[in-house]
Design a protein around this ligand. Sequence first.
Ligand SMILES: Cc1ncc(COP(=O)(O)O)c(C=O)c1O
Length: 391
Amino acid sequence: MIDLERIRADTPGVAHVAHLNNAGAALPPRQVLDAVVDHLRREAEIGGYEAARERSARWEHTYDALARLLNAHRDEIAVIENATRAWDMAFYAFRLSPSDRVLTGRAEYASNWIALKQVADRTGARIDVVPDDEHGQIDVAALERMLDADVRLVSLVHVPTQSGLVNPAAEVGRVTRAAGVPLLLDACQSAGQLPLDVEELGCDILSGTGRKFLRGPRGTGFLWVRGSLIEELEPPLLDMHAAEWLPDGRYRIRDDARRFENWETYYAGKIGLGVAVDYALEVGVDAIWERIRELAGRLRAALAELDGVTLLDRGEVLGATVVFDVAGVDPVTVRNRLAERAVNVSVMEAGSAQLDFGARGIASAVRSSVHYYNDDRDLERLVDGVTELAR
Ligand SMILES: Cc1ncc(COP(=O)(O)O)c(C=O)c1O
């Protein structure tokens, strides 16, 4: 059970806004804010290098916290400035050749697609898009049929940026494991929203961000790489943290996942990320997921009642994100008018999701996204605002 009163008391932002842009960046708890500010203050007091040394146990703890979150080992974790760069560091490490194929799904994220396409254009490798099934989620049977000896990698977005869909990642993992093809799972929107266990998911690489459902600081992200794969993946960029310069001029790449990191890092953010993960674990990710589904379900039902409002999410399992259109009112106007009432939502454009919005002819839509700290009043404020606009 979630102790809503305590959680809202921990969240200064709820006094100011009905924050329904958690898929963008969630409101952090004060514990995260305090940890970040405290470290920044310490850096100013005694020096950045000195503060990092003094507080090494705090930022080292972040690896343990993330390992617990994912049911992984701390050596398999890299802390990177965002989910995109984390994903890139793994993806660009695959040396693709013209006969190789990479499979992706219709939920693919814009930045991931752009990286896939850049590499495909450079190497001659092919990207094939796995179709959706009748529910609008990745068609696992079609994926299984498409997995042949030429497939080097499967890229799957667990929860897309543009909708409430939760892709059946564990089913995909079962199929890719059986085929012996690595699965790169983008868990940017799922981390902190729903339970993630890399063994159950059967993925080989997983990327995530701090600022969304984990409620961590902006400018933080992470990468998990299965231990057995780490040494096979040479990072596309190396520095003196990722590798060691040897006296004879050669270099040796470190053997843990920190080979994907770089030397200079945002220590305050790294500490804050660990505190955010601890907070999520203390609340309980199962309880978080249950409450998110309950709130999002109620929000969907309330919006569905309104004339002129069309819900756009597809999928068998739907999570925090509720995407909709208000007839005759463009999404930017909806967002701005809601902002005047201190209700935060965001706008999703086809450019973020060409294989989904683009293919469905949706130019843009309003994205609302709940988190476990939202209360009934937050939902009412959104629904009231939309009701007014839909008239
Ligand atoms: C599904 C998905 N993947 C990746 C990203 C990129 O995350 P970041 O901005 O931390 O790089 C996002 C951000 O919205 C996302 O929704």
